[in-house]
Ligand binder design. Sequence first.
Ligand code: ACO
Length: 311
Amino acid sequence: DTAAHQHAFDTAVAAEERIEPRDWMPDAYRATLVRQIAQHAHSEIIGMQPEANWITRAPSLRRKAILMAKVQDEAGHGLYLYSAAETLGTSREELLDKLHSGRQKYSSIFNYPTLTWADVGAIGWLVDGAAITNQVPLCRCSYGPYARAMVRICKEESFHQRQGYELLLALSQGTPEQHAMAQDAVDRWWWPSLMMFGPPDDTSQHSAQSMEWKIKRHSNDELRQRFVDIAVPQAESLGLTLPDPDLRWNEERGHHDFGAIDWTEFKEVLKGNGPCNEQRITQRRRAHDEGAWVREAAAAHAARHAGDTGR
Ligand code: ACO
């Protein structure tokens, strides 16, 4: 009976126990998880595109090997996350279909172009840095499979963040042209990175409920502030400037104040009007179509194998 199930669920969440796939859960909890995990998985997969753009043009064999490994990690993250979503009773096919038809979102950040090699560094430092800030608390998410996937993903993201920082440091300390290229990349990626955390708390429609369910542990604005506080000293040691004249330490709050975010730009990107939305989704659909023969061959192989063993 539902009341007893609901009570058991509420008690488990309150006691910091994990909800597992076979446990009863409210329909809305399941739907919220599918929404968030699918969006997260799609972001990992679409996020391969802006960086893959630079694999063939990496400046050295060492840089190329690092970047290839990183982009492969992102594919792996997408796959763990699709598996986590599947434990909630949706198929990967259905999730991909929703991505391809625009019914599920992916992160706004991946709709910006990677114009120079320094963008690979800025993505690692800022975008992966923002991702870790958001994802470390998700290791304590109330839904077991999502929380466990996050542990490994966060470890790999830390490596990504360090490689981005190291790449930018090399450029920043290089020739004046290289330094300028690093600064230009930071100028372009800073504000979109702040937008990754989602809308401000007073307009975040899902936050209150997701925090009650312990899916989210901190609000969008709390995590955004944490990220700014981490990034400021790192920018200093990189010798690069964050493009915000209003950025300053606020002794009273014990945090950095920062300038106003352009939420109109964020909304436009979510509506599909960012600089690369069309390119990203077109490329994703093409990759899916071109992979059809692999899926067919794998399914045929699985069916034949099932026949062989009488299953
Ligand atoms: N890009 C695209 N959509 C966003 C973004 C963003 N940066 N931020 C918020 N949104 C969407 C939400 O998905 C929601 O839309 P929906 O109702 O259609 O799903 C709407 O804006 C309102 O936002 P919130 O109510 O604040 O949504 P939510 O509580 O889900 O919080 C957040 C958004 C913080 C992104 C949360 O979903 C989350 O933590 N997700 C997991 C992390 C993740 O997806 N990271 C992907 C980028 S990192 C990487 O891949 C390297």
